[in-house]
Structure formats: structure tokens, C-alpha cells
Design a protein around this ligand. Structure first.
Ligand SMILES: NC(=O)c1ccc[n+]([C@@H]2O[C@H](COP(=O)([O-])OP(=O)(O)OC[C@H]3O[C@@H](n4cnc5c(N)ncnc54)[C@H](O)[C@@H]3O)[C@@H](O)[C@H]2O)c1
Length: 352
């Protein structure tokens, strides 16, 4: 992959300003690091692949994967930082996928009541989603992201070249979020994903950077309008209410579950008379183009029960994100009995 032009997007949050840099390589990192000591949090896989390009600093690693995203890891990392004499003058750099950026962001937000941080996200999912917007956190027991804060990293440096070493499944996890961004906010972006699918998926460098930038723009724009998710930011959960339930029920990767969740949410949007049958077909086709699953034999009752244990349930209603058209989404409060019927109908129609 060759070099591409750099671009910058800015999140202006109550918790700080965050510069998101795209089309930039790892080597530029020293230009963005403040002078002084640096502590780096990464995972052992990413450190094994790219450690020789990390800046100088105290390197702390975690085991790759979701199992590391817990309070025990936060406690271990914080203790190591304390033993090494890390104080508030240090800068914390998170280099890795979304697990690392969520963990590093949380440690940065809580260690000595907060130290400055920046991220180099190394998965597609982290570049287009997890590293942007300041949300961080860890899981508690079986519940995802139960403990966390919002703290904007000073910078997020997205080097497209590091994606070359990603496993196929990790690409798919990223594609699901990329398509979600198009579906909720930008029909032109969505059309580009559809039209140029083959070239994008084969890693055409210019197109891939355009895809990352398009997603970063959408996420940045939404966070700038609603940093703490009191309103519009909730549309980023499109496909995720059913997606999270399916991820647990079927023990499938996040991207696959979100893909099925988006098919279901498009089906529900159609039953509510918001989108046409061909719009729902377009969603399915696009997901299939990117190698994501769109059908699965599942039990609608079991899915519904798993969905309503979701933490967003309120007064016998569930906030559910629907499409008004491909390229625009909105949250609606659906009474639980009605949602049960909709899930049942959508599962029958979409998944069998
Ligand atoms: N904070 C947010 O707003 C937000 C948004 C979306 C997701 N998330 C979180 O992100 C996490 C998922 O992130 P993820 O999908 O990046 O998972 P991950 O961090 O577990 O990375 C996936 C795998 O890819 C490996 N990897 C990372 N970079 C690589 C590279 N360049 N080459 C080869 N292998 C590489 C990792 O070692 C790991 O095994 C979840 O915990 C989710 O909750 C957070």
C-alpha cells in the first residue's frame, strides 16, 4: 500500500479536544507526542508485530482479546505504572485494537485522577469506531462496558498500513461498523461502499483511506453533536441491540452479530412502514458483498428475551434504532409487547 494524503478531523468535547488523523503513518507519531515520559499500553500480538516502531517509553502489554478488558487488568496496569513512578506529567499511549484503546482510555481517565492520552488504533474497527469519541471502559462479569468514563484522547493516529496484517475476521468486524455508519448517516457514502465494494475489499489504498475518512467523519460529527449520548449518539447503536443479544446467544464474532442485527433492524423498520422492501434488500445485499452473514436460524422468543435484558430498557419500552431510509436513522421507543411481535415477524421473514 502506498502513501496517501493526510486529513484531520476534530472532536470538541466537554472532556477535551481530540484530533483524529487519517492517511498518516506510524512514523509521524513523534510529531504528536508531547515532550516527556511516555507509557505505552498494547497487546502482545500488536507489540510483536509493530513493537520495533513504537516510540521510546515504558511498554505494558495485555493478552489479546476481550478477556483482558476487565478491572483486574486495569488494576495490574495501574500498579505497574505506580511501581515505575508514572505521575501526571506522563503521557499514556494506547496502541492496538478496540480492547486496548478502551482499556488505555480508562486507565488514562482514572490513574491519579487522569493523565493525558493518545491512541494508535490498529484494527479497522478501532480506526473507524472504538478509538473515536472518548468512550472507554471495561466489562464487569458478563456485562460489556459496564464501567467506564468519557475522556477524549489528545490524538488518534490512523495508519492504514497496519491493517495489512489483520485477520479476515477482524476486517469483517470493521466492515460491519463501516456499513452501519453509512446506513445511519450518509447515503452517498453508502453508495460508494456499494459501487466500489470489490476495490475497497482488495485493499485499494486510496479507496480504503476514503472509507476510513468517511466513517471517521460520520462518527466525529455525531459525537460533536452529542458527546455523552443523551440523544442522537444513540443512532450508533443501530443493529447493536439485537447484535449484542445474538453475539451472546450464538457465540459469534461481534461483526457477524451486528450484521444480523442490522438485517433485523432493517426488517423492523420495514414493518413499521419506514422503509421499502427494496431498501431492506439493499441493506442485505451490501452486507453480503462484504462477506457478512445475513441469515441465521434462530429462535425469535429467545432473541427477544436476550434483547430485553439489555441495559437500555425503560418503563416497559425499549429504545430501538430504526432506519428512515438507507442513510438516515433515528431512535424510537417501542413498547415491549409490540417489539416482541416485530422481532418475531422480522426473524420469520429475514432469517428463514
Ligand atoms: N469505545 C467505543 O466507542 C467502542 C466502540 C466500538 C467498539 N468498542 C470496543 O472495541 C473492542 C473490539 O475492538 P477490536 O475489534 O479492535 O478488537 P481487539 O482489540 O480485540 O482486536 C482484535 C484482534 O486483532 C489483533 N490485532 C490488532 N491490530 C492488529 C493488526 N494491525 N494486525 C494483526 N492483528 C491485530 C488483536 O491482537 C486482537 O487479537 C470491544 O471491546 C468493543 O467493546 C469500543
Amino acid at each position: 500500500m502506498g502513501p496517501t494524503a493526510m486529513n484531520e478531523f476534530v472532536v470538541r468535547g466537554q472532556t477535551g479536544v481530540s484530533r483524529i488523523l487519517t492517511g498518516i503513518t506510524f512514523e509521524k507519531l513523534p510529531e504528536y507526542l508531547p515532550k516527556g515520559n511516555v507509557v505505552i499500553i498494547s497487546d502482545t500480538r500488536v507489540a510483536g508485530l509493530y513493537g520495533s516502531r513504537f516510540p521510546e517509553g515504558l511498554l505494558l502489554t495485555v493478552k489479546p482479546g476481550e478477556k483482558s478488558k476487565n478491572l483486574q487488568t486495569v488494576s495490574r496496569l495501574s500498579a505497574k505504572m505506580m511501581e515505575a513512578g508514572v505521575d501526571r506529567s506522563w503521557f499514556l499511549l494506547g496502541i492496538g485494537g478496540g480492547v486496548v484503546t478502551d482499556l488505555a482510555g480508562f486507565v488514562a481517565a482514572t490513574y491519579m485522577r487522569g493523565i493525558s492520552c493518545g491512541f494508535v488504533p490498529t484494527t479497522l474497527l478501532a480506526q473507524v469506531d472504538a478509538a473515536i469519541g472518548g468512550k472507554n471502559g471495561v466489562n464487569l462479569k458478563r456485562y460489556k462496558n459496564m464501567i467506564g468514563t468519557i475522556k477524549q484522547p489528545c490524538f488518534v493516529l490512523c495508519d492504514p498500513l497496519v491493517l495489512n496484517t489483520l485477520a479476515a475476521e477482524e476486517w469483517k468486524n470493521g466492515w460491519a461498523e463501516v456499513i452501519k455508519h453509512g446506513l445511519i448517516a450518509d447515503s452517498n457514502y453508502l453508495d460508494m461502499l456499494h459501487r466500489e465494494g470489490n476495490r475497497i475489499r482488495t485493499g485499494d489504498p486510496e479507496l480504503l483511506t476514503r472509507v476510513i475518512e468517511g466513517s471517521v467523519r460520520i462518527k466525529t460529527d455525531i459525537v460533536n453533536r452529542d458527546e455523552s449520548e443523551t440523544g442522537i449518539r444513540s443512532v450508533l447503536n443501530f443493529g447493536h441491540t439485537a447484535g449484542h443479544a445474538l453475539e451472546k446467544m450464538l457465540r459469534i464474532p461481534h461483526g457477524m452479530a451486528v450484521s444480523l442485527g442490522m438485517v433485523l433492524a432493517a426488517g423492523i423498520s420495514r414493518f413499521l412502514g419506514l422503509i421499502r422492501e427494496e431498501d431492506a434488500g439493499y441493506v442485505t445485499e451490501l452486507l453480503q458483498d462484504y462477506g457478512l452473514p445475513v441469515r441465521k436460524k434462530i429462535n425469535a422468543g429467545e432473541l427477544f428475551r436476550a434483547m430485553v435484558t439489555d441495559k437500555k430498557k425503560k418503563d416497559n419500552h425499549l429504545k430501538f434504532i430504526v432506519l428512515e431510509k438507507p442513510g438516515r436513522a433515528k431512535p424510537v421507543e417501542i413498547p415491549l409487547p409490540k417489539l416482541g411481535e416485530l422481532v418475531n415477524g422480522a426473524v420469520k421473514e429475514c432469517f428463514v
